[in-house]
Design a protein around this ligand. Structure first.
Ligand code: SF4
Ligand code: SF4
Length: 395
């Protein structure tokens, strides 16, 4: 491994990775700075993120579940210069870890995005509360701005276009808290993508997209419309839960899953969650080799036949539930717990929907049927227990 001082490590390592000599600081160029130096050349495949002009490697780092600054350092060494985090990841400790580590790294040598969940209501108080969370994120990150600030996890057109949140986003940009605005989505992706394009506020959409989506054709079509309108697309949930089973005996072929998503040139980059050096090597290799092998094709074809942990977010089940429960979110929490072993994230999602409460209590029989055959009631009963784990276990 290349050794370096904190300020110089990026340039040194990227030269080592690419064999190229870089003459300036490593930049992802934004459209506000046309004179900026060229982007990193350490990876073979880079794409431009819509009208932002940011040039990113096709595989970036989802920092979400990593608490290891050494892993972030290694990711940057390999040219994964785009780091994705969120206000709620690891109960805020993910941003704090990044802030400590990045404090001495040249600010123009990486691109960072964070996400802040919506505040309810259309009031000035909701806007203030949301901006307050953004300020807390910046404090943790020890930065005066991020590159992309997302409204986190919009699940519908209405949530994407909530007037108070649009005002809050625009205010954040005016305050200089971010260079670009985005929205992230785990369900009803085509609706959210189209709404983002329509309203003109969002520069970027971070969308769930993967080989397990039954509705992939409609997600892909919406991505195409966004790209045509200049809205950049970042792909997430590319691994569809990481495993096909809760016992973790059937891992998903990560390289194949990434290549599948990146076969669409309108997807600029992906943010797989990386928690180990082996995973980093595996995912980073796709930055140099996008060609799908026959073996990888076969792995995806076989994987499509598995039930798996990935909820489609289709909401078919919700119509059958007399309590209108947010079943896709419970299923997502289930995937975080069993697929990713991320109990903190599972709890964060649960707390948005009643915490450890038993939402099915007193319901005689489950009439919420899942298109993938998930035992909905059983999974809700199982995952809700995570809601009662005391916070201090996560700190
Ligand atoms: S048991 Fe099924 S139908 Fe009843 S509340 Fe729970 S999810 Fe809804
Ligand atoms: S639980 Fe099943 S039916 Fe409900 S949103 Fe997920 S995949 Fe669709």
């Amino acid at each position: 491994m290349v050794r370096f001082n904190r300020r110089g490590f990026l340039r040194t390592s990227l030269i080592a990775a690419s064999g190229a000599v870089l003459t300036g600081p490593l930049h992802a160029r934004g459209n506000g700075d046309p004179s900026a130096p060229p982007p990193a050349t350490a990876v073979k495949h880079t794409r431009t993120l819509g009208r932002t002009g940011l040039v990113l490697p096709v595989v970036s780092m989802g920092v979400m579940r990593s608490d290891n600054p050494g892993l972030v350092r290694a990711a940057l060494e390999k040219g994964l210069l785009h780091l994705d985090t969120a206000h709620g990841y690891q109960k805020g400790m993910n941003e704090t870890m990044l802030g400590k580590f990045l404090a001495d790294v040249p600010r123009d040598s990486f691109v960072i995005s964070t996400k802040v969940p919506a505040e309810s209501g259309d009031s000035a108080a909701a806007i203030r509360a949301w901006l307050g969370r953004v300020e807390l994120s910046l404090q943790r990150l020890k930065m005066d701005h991020v590159d992309i600030l997302y409204l986190h996890a919009a699940g519908s057109k209405d949530e994407t276009l909530a007037p108070a949140m649009l005002d809050a986003l625009l205010q954040a940009k005016e305050n200089g808290y971010t260079r670009f605005l985005g929205v992230s989505t785990h369900k009803n992706e085509p609706d959210v993508i189209d709404a983002a394009v329509e309203c003109g506020v969002y520069d970027v959409v971070l969308t769930a997209v993967n080989f397990k989506q039954d509705h992939y054709p409609s997600v892909k079509a919406a991505i195409g419309r966004a790209a045509k309108a200049g809205v950049g697309i970042v792909g997430m949930k590319t691994m569809a839960g990481g495993f096909f089973d809760r016992e973790k005996t059937k891992p998903i072929n990560c390289r194949a899953a990434l290549k599948f998503v990146l076969q669409d040139p309108n997807v600029t980059t992906t943010i797989p969650g990386i928690t180990s050096f082996d995973q980093l090597d595996e995912n980073a290799s796709v930055n140099h080799d996008l060609a799908m092998t026959d073996e990888e094709q076969d792995a995806l074809a076989a994987g499509r036949l598995e039930g798996g942990l990935y909820c489609q977010g289709c909401e078919h089940c919700v119509a059958g539930c007399p309590r209108n429960l947010a079943i896709p979110d419970y299923m997502r929490a289930f995937m975080y717990a069993y697929g990713y072993r991320d109990l903190a994230m599972a709890q964060t999602v649960l707390k948005e929907h009643g915490g450890a409460n038993d939402p099915c209590h007193g319901c005689d029989s489950c009439s919420a049927s899942c298109v993938k055959g998930f035992p909905v009631r059983e999974r809700i009963a199982d995952i809700r227990r995570v809601g009662s784990i005391p916070e201090e276990f996560f700190s």
